[in-house]
Design a protein around this ligand. Sequence first.
Ligand code: ADP
Ligand code: MG
Length: 637
Amino acid sequence: MRMTEESQSESRPFEADVARLLQLMVHSVYSEKSVFLRELIANAADACERLRYEAIAAPALLSDDPKPRITLLLDVDKRQLTVEDNGIGMSREEMVEALGTIARSGTKAFLDRLEMGKNDEDTALIGRFGVGFYSAFMVAERVEVMSRRAGTEVAHLWSSDGKGTFAVSAVAVADAPRRGTRVVLHLLEDAKSYTERSTVERLVQAQSGHVPVPIAIVDKPGAQASEITDGAALWAKPKAAITAADYNDFYRSIAGQFDEPSLTIHFHAEGRQDYTTLMFVPGTRPFDLFDPDRKGRIKLYVKRVFITDDADILPRYLRFVRGLVDSADLPLNVSREKIQESPLLVAIKKGATSRVLGEFERLADKEPETYAKIWELFGVVLKEGIYEDFERRDALLGLARFKTTAADSWRSLKDYAAALKPNQSAIYYLAGDDIERLKLSPHLEGFRARGVAVLLLSDPVDTFWVMSAGSFDGKPLKSVTQGAADLALIPLVDAREAPEPELQDSVKKFLVFVQNTLGDAVAQVRASDRLTDSAVCLVAPDQGPDRALEKLLAGAGRLNSASKPILEVNPRHQLVVALAALGEDERALKEDAAHLLLDEARVLEGDRPADARAFSERLARVLGKCAGRGASENRGS
Ligand code: ADP
Ligand code: MG
């Protein structure tokens, strides 16, 4: 029964995302179609490395063919290119699963983005993404994959023209590779140059020169195989023997991302721990940077044997770093799970993390522009570390860069703290979701008037770390939307402006009137130091979350009882002075004005008036009055 099932040929449709990807591949206007070769070679190398790992526990899998190898076979007459490996191979089920679906994270995001707009920039994304096996359909009208899993006595053939379905059938073991996978591309007419030795060899050198498995070429059927790369581990070579181009090539082959790394970190640790790490900070953001499932991307090797890319070598906030660690001390013959618990690995993780942050510090110091570029790309991820990694909080705060009201360039907290104004005792910030809107916030006015710079925090993560960080270098971090601004002690920039006069009695009385009118809607109404141009703003009480965090929490339904805001009124503002001067006979107007002032403060924060109907009625009454006639005449029309 099972035998007949096995031998049956079966045709199946591709999973929806594969179909989308294939559609893209087949109709691709992407000019660098040759990336298909690096993808197939990368898969062949992965298969060899997986076999090497499984063979530690089951040496019999290697039988009499222990040396990993990738072979490229060219056939001009049949217009075929074959990529063959003696790696782990695939069972029937594995084939259906691996070559009918996409497991790669970020693929959906990638496809969505590509389909949104079809311009040149987007097609360039195809090359950067690392499209995987299906890229073969950019150059082939039919692809056949014949595979035999190590240690089994059966082989299967997968075949497709990339147009919606694929077929799988059993084949005679005698026709299949003895172990591993053979991928045969029936090339399209315009892709026949991939049967020329010079073309293929050049491509391999350029794209796959550092793949850790030797690659050989057979340039016509029956010819001798000749090795074109030696499969030596780049990271084990002395640094002096490695060029920048070598590093870049290697980055591309290990990261599956095809930009230039913005930072390369290669070091060998000796002493209590003997390990080498080669890590790269990419030059662009990976598509799945914010995918909650995104895992760390540092491969773990032990004595050149690939163990896992799942070892969480670096903390989550460094999840954009790609590369590998090769340990000389970890035992080879224990399970992946056991390795995770090893104190040796814990020490390696610490060492690698310190190294990355140390390199950032060095770069920030020596090449601030390169560092600024890294911060621009990944700062928003690094900031997660400020509240996730208590031990390194100070280091991360030191690495953080900010936009401020003072200049458009990035600024460090150290620079900020070094330029405090006389009597300024805190580091001030304003958090929100849009930097341009933040710049317009009335809360900043008094700070501007005193030349006090304010950090503008517009990433969602900011509201969280800023609460947990508390202080930097002994200076508390303080929201400008919170508490009393303590600004009165800091001198104004423009000396011509007279020192603050005492509050007029009428204004004091007016504030009490506003307070009584608004009642429970606000915690307090008070005169403001922080306003110079605007009439009003809302601030949060001294304790608890600032305005931005409170809104965030309320929006997420995570706030049981929102604290009431304080309404700050600018006692020097023309409007306020005029309202304060109104007599008792204008009480109704003053009441409307009190409510409108609160609504104005809400609108300035990007919110809506509490009661839209009441707001528009009050506005109509007040404007009507200005226009010299009662608004009530116009109502109900
Ligand atoms: P990725 O390599 O990122 O997983 P690919 O599209 O390149 O994505 O390959 C899909 C899957 O197909 C691989 O994960 C692997 O399981 C399987 N595969 C492809 N080529 C081979 C091969 N030569 N040997 C064994 N498995 C392979
Ligand atoms: Mg692949």
